[in-house]
Structure formats: C-alpha cells, structure tokens
Design a protein around this ligand. Structure first.
Ligand code: LLP
Length: 424
C-alpha cells in the first residue's frame, strides 16, 4: 500500500513495534525520516509532471540525507538563505541544480551567495525586489537572474503561509516587464520569473491555483514579448498533503493538467518547487509520555516533545495525526489480553506556554506513563522550525533507508545550547 499509490502515507503504515524500538535506542523526542518514501514521493511527482523541472524547497527539511536523496532523484534544490545554499551545494556539488530565492536578503547572505556563484557560475538567483538586483550588481553579479513577482493571488492552509498576495514577496506583477528589461540591459542573464502562491494548497483550492498559474502565464508572455525568451516559469510549491485521517490526497494528475492548461502557450519550461509534498509523510516525531493526569475537563497527557520540537500546532493550529505506539503494539500482538479504552485526551509538551499543545481532546487509547506516541506527517517544517526556547536542546534525527537505520543528526545537549555564550 505504501508504494506507487498517489495516496499519502497514513501514520498507521509505520510498524509500531519498530518505531518503539527506535525510541528506546535513540531516545525521545526523536524525528524518524524514511528516505525511501521521499524517493517514492519524488518519483510520483515527476511522473505527474514529466515535462517540468522540479526543485525541492530545502526549507521543508534541510537534512543532508534528504538533499542527497532528492538530488539523486534528479530534483533541484531551492534555497531561502545562504545557509540553505551552503547545504545544497554541499549535498549536490551541482550549481546548475541550485536556485537561491532572496527575500529581503541580509548583506551577509548576498556576499556568500555571490561568492558561491564564483565557484558555481550556473546557479540561479531569484530576486524579489529592485533593491536586491542593485545589491547583486554592486557585488559584481551578472549571472542567471530570475524575478519573483507578486501576482496578488494567495492560497494555502493558513493565513500565515499564503504568500502570493503578501506584500513582502516579489515585485508587483505589473512592474515585471520594466524591472526585467532594465536587468537585461544591465547585462544580467535573465532566465525566468517566479512566484509562490502559498503552502498547503488543497484540492478544493484548485481554482485559486488555476487563477494563479494563468496569471503567471500572462506575465511570462508579456515578458517574452518585451524583453526576450525566458528559460523557465517557476510557479512555486504549495502542493498540500492530508494531515487528517479523512482528508483526500491531491489528485496530482488533475493538478498537473490544470497547471499546464492554465499556463497556456508559453515558450518556457514549467518549474515547480514543492517542499512539503516530498517530505511531510516521510517523517514521524516520536515522544514519550511522562505524565497522565485528570484535569478538570480533560485528561492531560504530558510528553517530552513540545512546541520547540514541532511548532506547527502552536503556530498554525495545525492538525497532526497521533498514534499511541505502545497501545498499538499491544493490540497487534496476538497474545494481547487487553484493549485500551478510547478516551479524549489533550497532548501537551513541557514548554511554559498554554499554546504548547499538540492536540486537544483527541480520542486515543487511554495513555500510560512510559508509552511512546508518534506524531505523523512531521517530515516537513518539523525539525526545521525547532528551536531552543526554554533552553531546550533540539532532538535527534534518524533516517531509514533500504531497511537500515542510522543516526543523521545527534541530539543537542545543554552544553550545545550554552556554548555560544561561553565561546563568544
Ligand atoms: N517556494 C517558496 C518560494 C516558498 O516560500 C515555499 C514555502 C515553497 C516553495 C514550498 O512550499 P511547500 O511546497 O512546502 O508548501 N512553515 C509552514 C510552511 C511555510 C512555507 C514557506 N514557503 C508550515 O509548516 O505549514
């Protein structure tokens, strides 16, 4: 059921006993990432978009193993910072595969990116303002330039991740021709236009997707006419994945057809840059229950992961599937003598904020101290958004590949957290 299907892996596809043993071997909280699943996701996407260039939005999960796996699948790497660019070049050693998307880029980022371009002259820089173009010119950059436009159309799973209409991103679409004509005159190698509508776009937002892509097609045609041929039109990422058990996965073929149709007759390559779609369902977060208490109106289950480990529920009220692995293993084992009662429970972390809650009144098998639970679909924007609030070290990550398991990133220690103060 895992391979080939366009359906997104449900949390139940992971073997509970196996995950539990990862938790006891490597400790919790622990991210587990299945590289084979990432390859499957990449192949499924590539077959739906056979004529598109696919870039992976590194921000979703920047682990080296992930970048290597995706580069191995022929997928390029879209970077949002000098740090991501460093990782992408490290993992791929392939400038042609790497795009850097500048969003109000700090000087230090531009310095580093231009330095990287000297070593990898085939990399592409996407600028979202005329200031960025000037600042690149100031640094002697005259390489491949793409312009991020603001199409004025947004979509996505939450207001905070709708980018297409957010003023901070891109040059207003109606200015694209002027800005690119000017850039071409200044001897930049103008190669494309770019925009990203938002993140977590679901099937029922297909109309917004269509409208967005068709706007990109119009812009591309007027740029081609006024400035010259474009190599590509990058319509960003945003392909949603189901997080709730009853949500349907995207119909990729339908999205691909709608994209091609909406783009229309454009003499340039279609480029897409998904993050979440490639990695979300390849990751789970394992966490151990340390507290079970009867609160006034609910049962509170305290776990050792918190909003510092997985921020999405606190930041976007995001829903993640949750499974009690210990209870599932007991139920699976043939000699199980007890089934646990299903009761509503509130799963909360160790951080001193009332928003540090993964789920409220979620119906799950009655928890017991020491149980290991898995939080599903944690492969995208999980570790990447982890932080050290409350002086909490970030968790470890392990990857699985071809039946083998290895530590990909060790757990931080309190010593890691305080090092930058001592070694200043
Ligand atoms: N391209 C650009 C320029 C982007 O800004 C993003 C995401 C992507 C591609 C990839 O979007 P995706 O395919 O992953 O939806 N932290 C939020 C998501 C923020 C996405 C920001 N930009 C979350 O956890 O939902």
């Amino acid at each position: 059921a895992l391979e080939g299907t366009p359906s997104v892996r449900r949390l139940t596809a992971w073997d509970p006993a196996e995950l539990e043993s990862r938790a006891s071997e490597y400790g919790t909280p622990l991210y587990v990432l299945d590289l084979d699943r990432i390859s499957e996701n990449a192949q499924r996407l590539a077959s739906a978009f056979p004529d598109a260039e696919i870039l992976y939005a590194v921000k979703a999960n920047a682990l080296k193993d992930v970048l290597e796996t995706l580069h191995g699948e022929g997928i390029g790497l879209e970077c949002a910072s000098a740090g991501e660019l460093t990782r992408a070049l490290d993992a791929s050693d392939d400038g042609a595969a790497v795009h850097y998307t500048a969003v109000n880029p700090p000087a230090h980022d531009l310095d580093q990116v231009v330095e990287a371009w000297e070593a990898y002259p085939e990399l592409t820089i996407t600028a979202g303002s005329e200031d960025t173009i000037d600042r690149l010119a100031d640094r002697g950059y005259d390489g491949r330039l793409c312009l991020r436009v603001n199409p004025g159309i947004g979509a996505g799973h939450h207001e905070k991740v709708q980018t297409g209409a957010a003023a901070k991103f891109g040059v207003p679409a109606e200015r694209a021709v002027d800005v690119l004509a000017d850039a071409a005159e200044r001897s930049f190698d103008v190669v494309g236009i770019h925009a990203h509508v938002g993140s977590g776009v679901s099937s029922d937002q297909l109309d917004a997707h269509r409208e967005f892509v068709s706007r990109m097609g119009e812009i591309a045609r007027s740029v081609t006419e006024a400035v010259g041929d474009l190599e590509f039109v990058d319509v960003g990422g945003g392909f949603g994945v189901p997080y709730r058990e009853d949500e349907q996965p995207l119909d990729l073929e339908a999205v691909a057809n709608a994209t091609r149709e909406a783009l229309g007759d454009v003499n340039a390559q279609l480029t897409i840059e998904p993050g979440r779609y490639l990695v979300a369902d390849a990751g789970v977060l394992l966490t151990e229950i340390n507290t079970v208490k009867a609160a006034r109106d609910t049962t509170v289950v305290g776990v050792d992961a918190g909003m510092t480990t997985l921020l999405r529920p606190a930041m976007y009220d995001a829903y993640h599937p949750i499974r009690n692995l210990t209870a599932a293993r007991e139920a699976d084992s043939s000699d199980a003598e007890r089934g646990r009662e299903q009761i509503p429970q509130t799963i909360a972390g160790p951080i001193c904020e009332s928003g540090d809650v993964f789920a409220t009144d979620r119906t799950l098998p009655a928890s017991e101290r020491g149980d290991v639970i898995a939080i599903g679909n944690a492969g995208a924007y999980g570790y990447e958004m982890a932080n050290q609030y409350n002086s909490r070290p970030r968790p470890a990550s392990v990857v699985t590949e071809d039946g083998t398991v290895r530590l990909a990133r060790r757990r931080e220690t309190i010593d890691d957290v305080t090092r930058v103060e001592r070694e200043r």
